[in-house]
Design a protein around this ligand. Structure first.
Ligand SMILES: [Fe+2]
Length: 353
């Protein structure tokens, strides 16, 4: 016989809860008013300043679940009973994935549209950028004289054996390569990627900070990395050796003199089955407000998306960024092709000797 629908759903939720281990949000308590539940890929220390300020201002309690992987799968598995109200993550790849797997909902809100420039949000309101980060060139202060560069130039044989980069398949590089496809087309980007590969000092490996370290140690002269890591390294009291890595490099904003430096976003989305949609919207509006945007700038070394909110002094010391105005939705569109090109040219195998 059929189990009545409602019981069936409750039973499924119960079984899922068991299967996923102890959920940190008790579903019943999470449904109460005066709360908002955030599922975040972003690290606790990056989110806490914003959630604490929001709680203070509104009295709405913020419950945050931090995940390093499987956020999309978890919300999918929780289905209609998911306690998730807001999803926070980095990179257009992940934001778009959340939309693609159907765990977001469209939000049409004037405050959000006013605060967040069009190129940094989904045309249908499924995701919104909160901060931007540029994928820049780290250049050795000692061994690189020029203070300007373009992405195109990284394929010039004059850099042979001098460039370091992490895996071409990492979301950050896929975003950059997708932007090249948007600007130059697939064929020209393939050629560029081959040129860049041939200029590498070693096989792509490690994270962005490891590339700065490789410049410090003399293994390469140029590297590609995200801006905020320079701030994180320069102020790292826990691992002070990273200050030397930051000290060894200068930040060059590629194409600053023409179309602008490639930027990606960190952002947020309202979860499809948000049990507290009004509180979720309030939180999203707060995250885009001047107060929260200033916190992001100071604590995370990222660029606020909201116009008129300045970057931190440290970030400002690298010079003025002219951000590429290509809509992030375009980057999402070319990500798959970018990933295929990385494989096609054997990018992660490193330079052919
Ligand atoms: Fe990162």
């Amino acid at each position: 016989m059929h189990v009545p629908f409602r019981r069936n759903r409750a039973l499924r939720a119960f079984l899922l809860a068991g299967a996923l281990g102890a959920l940190s949000l008790p579903p019943a308590a999470a449904q109460e008013a005066g709360e908002v539940n955030i599922y975040s890929y972003r690290q606790p220390e990056l989110i806490a300043p914003i959630t604490e300020a929001f709680e203070k201002q509104t009295g709405i309690k913020v419950n945050t679940v931090f995940l390093s992987k499987g956020l999309e799968e978890r919300i999918q598995a929780e289905g209609a009973n998911s306690p998730a109200d807001v999803i926070m993550t980095v990179d257009i790849g992940r934001l778009q994935r959340a939309e693609d797997v159907g765990i977001t909902q469209q939000v049409e809100d004037e405050a959000l549209q006013d605060a967040i420039p069009q190129q940094y949000r989904d045309p249908d309101g499924n995701w919104f950028g909160l901060t931007t980060r540029s994928r820049v060139v780290f250049a050795s202060k000692d061994r690189v004289e020029q203070d300007e560069i373009t992405y195109e130039e990284l394929a010039d044989p004059k850099w042979k054996g001098r460039i370091c980069i992490r895996s071409g398949q990492h979301d950050y590089n896929i975003g950059l390569i997708a932007s090249m496809i948007a600007h130059h087309g697939e064929e020209a980007t393939e050629e560029w990627l081959r040129g860049l590969k041939n200029n590498l000092a070693r096989r792509p490996d490690g994270n962005d900070r490891a590339q700065a370290k490789a410049i410090f140690s003399g293994e390469c002269d140029l590297a590609i990395g995200n801006t905020y890591y320079v701030g994180v390294m320069a102020t790292n009291e826990k691992e002070p050796e990273q200050k030397q890595w930051a000290e060894a490099i200068k930040v060059l904003f590629p194409n600053n003199a023409d179309r602008g430096a490639h930027v990606n976003i960190s952002g947020m989305a309202m979860a499809k089955n948000a049990p507290h949609p009004q509180n979720a919207l309030k939180f999203m509006q707060f995250a885009a407000s001047e107060e929260a945007q200033a916190l992001y700038a100071e604590k995370n070394f990222e660029y606020p998306v909201k116009e008129g909110v300045p970057a931190s002094d440290l970030v400002g010391s690298w010079g003025e960024i002219n951000p590429d105005e290509l809509p992030l939705s375009k980057i999402a569109e070319y990500r798959k092709t970018a990933s295929e090109l990385v494989d096609k040219v054997g990018f992660d195998e490193g330079p052919s000797s």
